[in-house]
Design a protein around this ligand. Structure first.
Ligand SMILES: Cc1ncc(COP(=O)(O)O)c(C=O)c1O
Length: 444
């Protein structure tokens, strides 16, 4: 088609970018975007370290410090030599082979490594291609577990409000009903059980009334519940709220008392982001099923994993169909497995706790002034995550513009300006991210 021809070499960079954006608007769906597109995204030409290089300067900036780690994933930054080399090395062997009837070293080693570093006896690993699919697989594992044990009526899920678990069907059903726009899907989505959102505050003492509420809800619905599915300690895209690890312990106790499985979604929180390797570690809890993704490959390739305990796997194996009925085409992709293994080794070979703590300290210092800004309701920092909650819906365009002017890439949403920088971000760049967050809060 004429619209899709490569721009002539003589076209200046301005014209090439213009053409790219016109094609983008016409053909490309962006996250939660309309079609045709209405906003002009920034065109990224390349990225290295913690900097995104734009094809064209935007508000006077050609390079932006990435405050988002590409949505929690690029924890080691971009073009890390170790990760680049892992991909190149694997590329020289094979980029992909099917996983049915075949296996390969990168996937096997990764699965064994994940079993080793995750809490307790999470030792069986299902590799898939995205976080949402990992949650679908987790739900399927739990429902199949109960079916195989002759209890098919245990097929509902319980979660707390304020969560986010992805955009495919089952994950959507456990997203916060308001944020997940359940009204749009009423009559179509499975109807799950919602407990109240956990009281905010990582360091706050667990509220006994809320703990009793969790026990009561789980007890009341236990006969029909396959599992409780939550994000431990940090509710991410559902509202960026932190809660006491005590509530995760309360869920574990209630699930044990009422014979319900516990699924912890660590897709955003996994691999050090909250200051522990997994957020479940703050609580000392071992779930029955755990999902990881995002930072699993250091943000290089799309991959996620669902891990379960022998109890869950043995339940499934006892059924008339003793296999887990799932098998994506790109399951265990060798390139993704290789870079995930390298990313995990890279993380664990360094003093990642100190690095995350330094980012945390920098955010805390830089955001201290934000509490005094008009319109800022709350400032919270946990691990390498900083959040400014406003008392109004953020003007995304104005807030993003202010951040770009300050030389930083942020993506504010709802009533929040937030950042989760790559762990390699140096002190000066963390300070700039915090300053850009304040500028975004002031102007958004
Ligand atoms: C906690 C959580 N679960 C699941 C997902 C979905 O992952 P993906 O976007 O890779 O499908 C996300 C993504 O933001 C997430 O934060």
């Amino acid at each position: 088609m004429p619209e899709s021809t490569v721009p002539a070499a003589s076209a200046g960079p301005g014209a090439a970018t213009e053409e790219l954006l016109a094609l983008d608007r016409q053909h490309v769906w962006h996250p939660y975007g309309p079609m045709p597109g209405t906003a002009d995204p920034l065109v990224v030409e390349s990225a290295a370290g913690v900097r995104l290089r734009l094809a064209e300067p935007a508000h006077g900036q050609r390079e932006l410090i990435d405050g988002m780690s590409s949505w929690w994933s690029a924890v080691h930054g971009y073009r890390h030599p170790v990760l680049d080399e892992a991909v190149r090395d694997q590329l020289g062997r094979m980029s992909h082979v099917m996983f049915g009837g075949l296996t390969h070293e990168p996937a096997v080693r990764l699965a064994a490594r994940l079993a080793e570093v995750t809490p307790g006896d999470l030792e069986h690993v299902f590799l898939s291609d995205s976080g949402s699919v990992a949650v679908e697989v987790a739900v399927k594992m739990c429902l199949q577990h109960w079916r195989s044990l002759g209890r098919p009526e245990k097929r509902r899920l319980l979660t707390w409000r304020g969560g986010y678990h992805g955009d495919t069907w089952q994950p959507m059903s456990v997203c916060d009903p308001k944020g997940g726009m359940h009204h749009l899907w009423s009559g179509a989505l499975p109807v799950q059980v919602f407990a109240e959102a956990p009281p905010a505050g990582f360091a706050a003492e667990p509220d006994p009334a809320y703990v009793a509420h969790l026990h009561e809800q789980i007890g009341r619905h236990a006969h029909e519940l396959a599992a409780v599915v939550v994000e431990p300690v940090v509710q991410g895209a559902g509202g960026m709220r932190f809660h006491s690890p005590g509530y995760v312990r309360a869920l574990r106790e209630a699930c044990d008392a009422h014979d319900v499985l516990l699924v912890l979604d660590e897709i955003a929180t996994g691999f050090g982001r909250t200051g522990e390797l997994f957020a479940a570690d703050h609580a000392g809890v071992v779930p029955d099923v755990m999902c990881v993704g995002k930072a699993l490959t250091g943000g290089y390739l799309s991959m996620a994993a669902t891990l379960c305990t022998p109890r869950v796997a043995e339940g499934i194996a006892r059924g008339s169909v003793p296999v887990l009925a799932h098998g994506p085409t790109f399951m265990g992709n060798p390139l993704a497995s290789a870079v995930a293994g390298a990313s995990l080794d890279l993380l664990l070979s360094q003093d990642w706790r100190t690095r995350v703590q330094q980012v945390s300290d920098g955010l805390r210092t830089g955001l201290a002034e934000a509490a005094e800004l008009p319109g800022v309701r709350e400032v919270s920092v946990l691990g390498a995550i900083g959040v400014l909650r406003l008392d109004h819906e953020v003007d995304v365009a104005a807030a993003s513009r202010a951040a770009v002017r300050a030389g930083v890439w942020l993506r504010p949403f709802r009533d929040m300006v937030y950042a989760m920088p790559p762990y390699i971000t140096g002190d000066e760049d963390v300070a700039r991210i915090a300053a850009a967050m304040c500028a975004a809060a002031r102007e958004g």
